[in-house]
Design a protein around this ligand. Structure first.
Ligand code: PMP
Length: 394
């Protein structure tokens, strides 16, 4: 038997063979003409994937947390007020990170699985002049999606810079930076962008770059300082060589391949596919009798799902059985409910077959943990929901 598992966690995800072969190709020099071309093209493609007409892309070696760190380091000066819309663990992380750079952080929160209403956010914005409004698009600890479009409009209305943690959203959830007035969006390679872990990807719009240039104090983080990286990104985009820190050469090659695939699919088609697959997962989970962490249907993300365990089923009993059936899923992450739920990632190049295999393995896990339901019901409901959502003939 092949020791083969389908990796269905909310990052890292399953990667396309062409991306993996770019990663495994002999490493080139970071100054080789073909690498300069690939890096330059990846920067241009990033702008298209983030739906930013005029943003400044940054591709750095690091994880998503480094992408968050660059936003904090470059945009916050000691004493700046920041409003964080907190929907879980990654909101907590962003708040802590911003405080490290001297921000005075105010948080608007909701119950676990909820999200602050636009009215609550607007009340907070009315109360103080904030430099940044920070939003987690999809908090991976709860599977809650925020309404970035509505919140960004509030940010514009009150004159704050809008920063979006899109680590669990970019290239999966609809996110239109320029159209919606988002100033910084950031992600990491291992999620819907479809490249193994190791790249921090940031898009900074013109207002963010303006605020960065207007700083009075130096950036308190040497590696993350945009002053160091801006000339490098500009040079590669102009197909010239420049050096600050050695780029993650193979990852950049792989990124360019993956971005090309994303653009070939088309962003609208990609967002629609994620919506259809998510509705399949949700339908399957519901018919098996499992609730979800997001408190309302419209709060549930399309890149991942966070089902609650039914009574009598635990992570320790369930996850290894799902794994034995060939699918790797993730346990809980939010500290308040960690043992009560599990997480399924369905982003990037995930297809219907992956979703059906995953639901089949979830059924196997639930059944062997003693949870009663009609075998096959989850898979059937997922099929039906997918065809309805994507209006493809069954
Ligand atoms: N933000 C969100 C929403 C995430 O899901 C993650 C990773 N799960 C991060 C930030 C941090 O990214 P990384 O683990 O790559 O540092």
């Amino acid at each position: 038997m092949k020791d083969r598992k389908l990796l269905m966690i909310p990052g890292p995800i399953e990667f396309e063979p062409a991306v993996l072969s770019a990663l495994g190709a002999p490493t080139t020099s970071h100054t080789a003409p073909d690498f300069v071309e690939a890096f330059g093209q990846a920067l241009e493609r990033m702008r298209q994937v983030f739906l930013s007409t005029d943003g400044q892309p940054f591709i750095l070696a690091g994880s998503g947390t480094l992408a968050m760190d660059t936003a904090g380091a470059n945009l916050v000066e000691p004493g700046d007020r920041v409003l964080v819309v907190n929907t879980g663990y990654f909101g907590d992380r962003f708040a802590a990170l911003l405080e490290r750079y001297g921000a005075q952080v105010t948080q608007v929160r909701a119950a676990v699985g909820g999200r602050p209403s636009p009215e609550t956010v607007e009340d907070a914005l009315r109360g103080n002049q904030y430099k940044l409004l920070v939003i987690t698009h999809v908090d991976t600890s709860t599977g809650v999606i925020t309404d970035v479009r509505a919140l960004a409009a509030l940010g514009r209305k009150y004159g704050t810079l809008v920063v979006v943690d899109g680590v669990c959203s970019v290239a999966g959830e609809e996110l239109r930076m320029s159209e919606w007035g988002v100033d910084v969006a950031l992600t990491a390679s291992q999620k819907a962008i479809g490249v193994p872990p190791g790249l921090a990807l940031v898009m900074a719009g013109p207002r963010a770059m303006e605020a960065f240039r207007a700083r009075r104090s130096p950036v308190a983080n040497y590696y993350a300082d945009w002053s160091n990286w801006l000339p490098i990104m500009r040079a590669y985009e102009a197909r010239q060589v420049a050096y600050f820190g050695t780029p993650a050469v193979n990852l950049v090659w792989a990124l360019n391949v993956s971005l090309g695939q994303i653009l070939a699919e088309g962003l609208d088609a990609r967002f629609a596919r994620h919506r259809a697959l998510a509705s399949a997962v949700r339908a399957g989970i519901a018919v098996l009798g499992l609730g979800q962490v997001p408190l309302e249907g419209q709060f549930a993300a399309n890149t991942m799902t966070a089902p609650r365990f039914p009574p009598g089923v635990t992570a320790a009993g369930f996850l290894p059985r799902v794994s034995a059936a060939g699918v790797t899923l993730a346990g809980g992450l939010h500290p308040a409910i960690k043992s009560e739920y599990f997480r399924i990632g369905h982003m990037g190049s995930t297809n219907l077959g992956d979703i059906l295999a995953t639901l089949g393995a979830i059924e196997a896990g639930l059944a062997s943990c003693g949870h009663a339901f009609p075998l096959g019901a989850g898979v059937a409901a997922a099929q039906a929901a997918f065809y309805e959502a994507s209006s493809q003939p069954a």
